[in-house]
Write a protein that binds this ligand. Structure first.
Ligand SMILES: Nc1ncnc2c1ncn2[C@@H]1O[C@H](COP(=O)(O)OP(=O)(O)OP(=O)(O)O)[C@@H](O)[C@H]1O
Ligand SMILES: [Mg+2]
Length: 669
């Protein structure tokens, strides 16, 4: 079973003040002189599982002269640590064993702790057995007052263990699943990594090949660049000259245009000038004005005379009227006033006076008409003179205008001519500035050279770039390869690790599967079968020691052991009851019985006190073999006094711890 003893710490327990024993999970041999404390150690183990050995008094376990004792047993059960602390208190709390149990991270105290132990060990397991003290002791310890009782006790209810084991199994399966998952992941990663590695290796080979096949055009880049620079400079110079020429040419065209335009304007203006008559002169009107003035003066005088004549005529007319009236009054020759007839003379005189007046009036009117004619004549003359003056004045203003235009045109022409002159000067200078020695052939040669050089440069550059690219690619790919090699190695390592973990889990699962099998397949123990089986196992042992068999009979008193013997040689055989047996034979019966129980039931470990105390050399040796056999199924803690046996065990047992007790007597060495 999975029960490992680890350490036992005793404090003020029986003769021990303080002692820590390292225990083996296989065989523990306790050696030492009488009274050394060997049995006490076994008792501490038994007590840890609530099996009382030396009476019921707690005080018996406390070292004389001290008050409290403690036993701490550290072990492992079903793969988990189990710690059992037992405190022996002399005072208070009813003089009892105070218990503390820790299992699987859980802590139990006092009653709960005892219940835990009872539930898991005491009632269901027969844990510790003592060989020396004989069957009575064993039976009283295990409460097996009779075999039925014993079997009832041994009739282990495995449900708890089974569920525990199943839990462990489940846990292991979960672990296995996780590991499987991880393993699959790792396998996947390993495969992808390996594939990538191969791909990178292939890519590396390709690139290396490509690099080898790259052809170096063999140009010196710096030389090419210098040449390109030179050619470019030359070309640029030429281009500059051409550009300048082009600029000048366009300027010339502009100025030539300007000159033509100006010439045109000049011709136009000259034509206009020619159209203007040559000898233009302003005629004086002074004489004419003078004449005109004279005429006007005449006219004034005439007009005055004319108006005088008119007033003279009008005065005459008035006189004539007055005369006419007087004549009319005297028409009948009678004076109106005095009514006397007029004398002829008076009539003639009146006629003469009227006639004189009429004659003077005709005379005056003649003069007046003459004057009127003269006025008319002078007025016509004056108008004509004025017309003549006006005509001359109009002509004069036209001449003045023409003269003005002629002057303007001449001025313009002069200006344009000056401008034309300056344009021609500019044109001449521009024409003289044009470089006529631009060689088109040279330019195209330079251009062609440049293109050729550039091509060479490109070729060389391409080669170098390609080379660098390939080299970089190689470097990178190599890096990838290294990385992936590491990855692959890592994954392989991980795969191995997981495999190891898997196999350990698998082993664990197998182990626990076996345990489950055992638990689930253990048949209901039938009394007869159990006894038969026990007897079978016991017989296999006692026959080894030269006995015929061992019968075990069960009655109301308990178990009866009968050893088949040939005490009188091989003729007669005898059945020897337990009471009749020799000390060694009793020991043998006890050991074989315990061995049978341990083989058939779940016993965490076996204690055998005084294993070899009563055996001769031959039997001691055989007992050693028996213990070795026992160790295959259960850990053993045994007290031995035989140095040969100890030596044999040290040599043959898998792992042995020797617990050496010190003497506490002065005569013991
Ligand atoms: N409570 C106690 N306080 C002190 N000493 C005790 C106490 N109980 C027992 N002893 C002594 O402890 C010693 C060890 O006894 P134990 O039975 O363990 O010896 P042993 O090594 O098995 O000896 P043997 O070889 O005789 O079987 C004995 O001398 C015993 O008297
Ligand atoms: Mg003893």
């Amino acid at each position: 079973m999975d029960f490992h003893l680890k350490t036992l710490e005793l404090t003020n327990f029986m003769k021990f003040s303080h002692e820590v024993f390292d225990l083996s999970k296989n065989l523990n041999l306790i050696i030492g002189p009488n009274g050394g404390g060997k049995s006490s150690v076994l008792e501490a183990l038994a007590l840890s599982f609530q099996l009382k050995e030396r009476g019921n008094s707690v005080t018996n376990y406390i070292r004389k002269g001290t008050k409290n004792a403690s036993v701490i047993l550290e072990c492992e059960w079903l793969g988990k640590p189990l710690l059992i602390k037992s405190l022996f208190l002399q005072k208070g709390m009813g003089r009892k064993i105070k218990r503390e149990v820790e299992y699987d991270g859980q802590k139990y105290e006092d009653t709960v702790a005892n219940n835990f132990l009872a539930a898991h060990f005491k009632e269901q397991h027969n844990i510790v057995s003592f060989a020396l003290q004989g069957k009575e002791k064993f039976i009283s310890n295990s409460k097996a007052k009779n075999l039925q009782n014993l079997v009832d006790i041994l009739q282990i209810n495995f449900t708890k263990e089974l569920s525990l084991v199943k839990d462990i199994l489940k846990e292991n399966y979960t672990k296995k699943e996780t590991q499987l998952h991880q393993q699959n992941n790792i396998k996947g990663s390993l495969q992808t990594s390996s594939e990538s590695l191969n791909n990178f290796k292939a890519a590396l080979a390709n690139t290396e090949n490509a690099l080898k096949n790259l052809k170096n055009p063999g140009f010196v880049l710096s030389d090419l660049e210098n040449e390109i620079l030179n050619t470019n400079t030359k070309l640029q110079n030429l281009k500059n000259v051409v550009a300048q020429n082009e600029k000048k040419k366009s300027e010339i065209i502009y100025w030539e245009n300007e000159a033509a335009k100006t010439k045109n304007i000049i011709t136009q203006k000259e034509n206009e000038l020619n159209r203007i008559p040559q000898n233009l002169e302003v005629v004086s009107t002074d004489d004419l004005e003078k004449e005109s003035k004279e005429i006007t003066a005449n006219l004034q005088t005439l007009n005055i005379s004319f108006r005088e004549k008119i007033s003279c005529i009008s005065a005459l007319n008035t006189k004539i009227d007055t005369e006419n009236k007087r004549i009319n009054l005297f028409k009948n020759g009678i004076c109106p006033t005095c009514e006397r007839a007029l004398e002829e003379s008076q009539k003639i005189e009146m006629q003469n006076s009227l006639q004189n007046l009429l004659d003077s009036k005709v005379q005056e009117e003649n003069i007046k008409n003459e004057l009127g004619l003269k006025i008319k004549e002078n007025e016509n003359l004056s108008v004509e003179k004025q017309k003549e003056i006006n005509n001359i004045k109009i002509k004069n203003s036209e001449v003045a205008h023409s003269i003005q235009i002629r002057e303007m045109l001449s001025k313009d022409i002069e200006e344009k001519k000056r401008y034309l002159e300056s344009v021609e000067v500019k044109l001449n200078s521009l024409k003289s500035e044009i470089f006529e020695n631009v060689d088109d052939l040279e330019m195209s040669t330079l251009n062609a050279n440049l293109i050729a050089l550039q091509e060479k440069k490109n070729l060389q550059m391409n080669f170098q770039n390609e080379k660098i690219l390939k080299e970089n690619e190689i470097k990178k790919t190599q890096q990838y390869i290294n990385e992936f090699e590491l990855k692959v190695k890592d994954f392989e390592q991980k795969e191995k690790e997981v495999e190891e973990i898997m196999s350990s889990i698998e082993a664990e699962i197998n182990k626990w599967n076996r345990v489950t099998d055992i638990f689930t397949n253990i048949p209901k123990i039938h009394l007869k079968n159990v006894l038969d089986d026990i007897i079978k196992v016991c017989n296999s042992i006692v026959t080894d020691f030269g006995y015929k068999d061992l019968k075990i009979i069960q009655d109301e008193k308990g178990l009866e052991f009968i050893l088949g013997n040939w005490p009188l040689g091989d003729v007669e055989e005898a059945d020897i009851t337990y009471e009749m047996c020799s000390t060694f034979e009793k020991s043998l019966i006890n050991i074989s019985f315990i061995y049978a129980l341990a083989k058939m039931f779940r016993v965490p470990f076996i204690c055998i006190d005084e294993l070899d105390a009563n055996s001769d050399d031959t039997n001691t040796n055989k007992l050693g073999d028996l213990v070795l056999e026992m160790l295959k199924t259960v850990p053993v803690v045994a007290v031995s006094h035989d140095s040969n046996l100890v030596a044999k065990m040290l040599q043959d047992a898998q792992s042995v711890s020797i617990l050496k007790m010190e003497a506490n007597r002065s005569n013991n060495v």
